[in-house]
Design a protein around this ligand. Structure first.
Ligand code: F6P
Length: 322
């Protein structure tokens, strides 16, 4: 087993609150163990371009509470090609980087797995607000994003109530409904639309009409972006139930802001765990949380896993919000 001397850290894909806490934990754990640490700016794109700088204990001071990523992030289609990965490998060798910690989502882990195949020790730390990494119950950034969305929906409810309106609120999540489900449950949404279930606007409208008859006057519908055109959904609801309906697309506000305690602590722990794995000579591993326990899996088996929405929670939320 070759002993590692230098660890590189990069953040890739969509940023997520808590990434800075994870960077800090990786850097500090590595420096604590007398390793050299370098930061790689703008993900795999920065690696290919050699955008690399030395880090010391103070490089990561005062970042644990910040959203975004101070290493910057990017999506890099070039790293999906063999020549891109070869270039990245050469740069690692030139810069003396023995191991790389990749903070990102599934797409970023494909890049990490490819780099590992070329002999650079790699590990992945799951960071995405979408919580859509199959192997892990939890991804860094999700809790902050959901809390931001909840805060926004609570504000929307105030004005929705004043005007007896229906408010459709679109949240992020790409092809997954985790943000929508958690936000909808926590905001008491009348309906939660997720891409994992067929879109049934008739039953949403029936539910609104039934609640109207029982005296309810305003409605919150939380829709995941993956369900399709939410402006059409809002129009359709207005047409079907005859209530003034407004759409709010929350967008990137969900990706920013100070990470919550949960995101800071899990990021810190996963970062620390990741460096310990590398020190043990492990590579090609993704760090995951399963039933609240931090553990690691090889990338390939992690990619082959599937994750499901909590349908019991979904059902409960729908029975409560009548
Ligand atoms: O994966 C995180 C995410 O915010 C998704 O929820 C969203 O679909 C996507 O990224 C937006 O990407 P971009 O920031 O490139 O517009």
């Amino acid at each position: 087993m070759k002993e590692i001397k230098t660890i590189g850290i990069l953040t890739s894909g969509g940023d997520a609150p808590g990434m800075n806490a994870a960077i800090r934990a990786v850097a500090r754990t590595a420096l604590y163990n007398n390793l050299r640490v370098v930061g790689i700016r703008r993900g795999f794109a920065g690696l290919i371009n050699g955008d690399i700088f030395e880090m010391n204990l103070r490089s990561v001071k005062n970042i644990i509470m910040l959203g975004g990523t101070f290493l910057y992030s990017a999506r890099c289609p070039e790293f999906m090609t063999e020549s891109g990965v070869q270039r990245g490998t050469e740069i690692c060798k030139e810069a003396g980087i023995d191991a790389v910690c990749v903070l990102g989502g599934d797409g970023s882990f494909k890049g990490a797995a490819a780099l590992a195949e070329h002999g650079i020790q790699c590990i992945g730390i799951p960071c995405t607000i979408d919580n859509d990494i199959s192997a892990s119950d939890y991804t860094i950034g999700f809790d902050t994003a959901v809390n931001t969305a909840i805060d926004m929906v609570d504000r929307i409810r105030d004005t929705s109530q004043s005007h007896d309106r229906c408010s459709v609120v679109e949240v992020m999540g790409r092809h997954a409904g985790y943000i929508a489900l958690e936000t909808g449950v926590s905001c008491g949404a009348t309906a939660i639309l997720v891409p994992e279930l067929p879109l049934d606007l008739d039953s949403v409208s029936d539910k609104i009409l039934t609640s109207l008859r029982s005296g309810k006057q305003n409605f919150i519908i939380v829709a995941a972006e993956g369900v399709g055109d939410t402006s059409k959904i809002a129009e359709e609801i207005q047409k079907k139930v005859g209530i003034e309906t407004r759409l709010t697309v929350l967008g990137h506000v969900q990706r920013g802001g100070h990470p919550t305690a949960k995101d800071r602590s899990i990021a810190s722990f996963m970062g620390h765990y990741g460096v310990e794995l590398l020190l043990k000579g492990k590579s090609n591993r993704v760090i995951v949380s399963q039933n609240g326990k931090i553990m690691d899996l090889d990338f390939k088996s992690a990619f082959n896993m599937t994750k499901h929405l909590d349908m019991e929670l979904y059902r409960a939320s729908q029975e409560i919000s009548i």
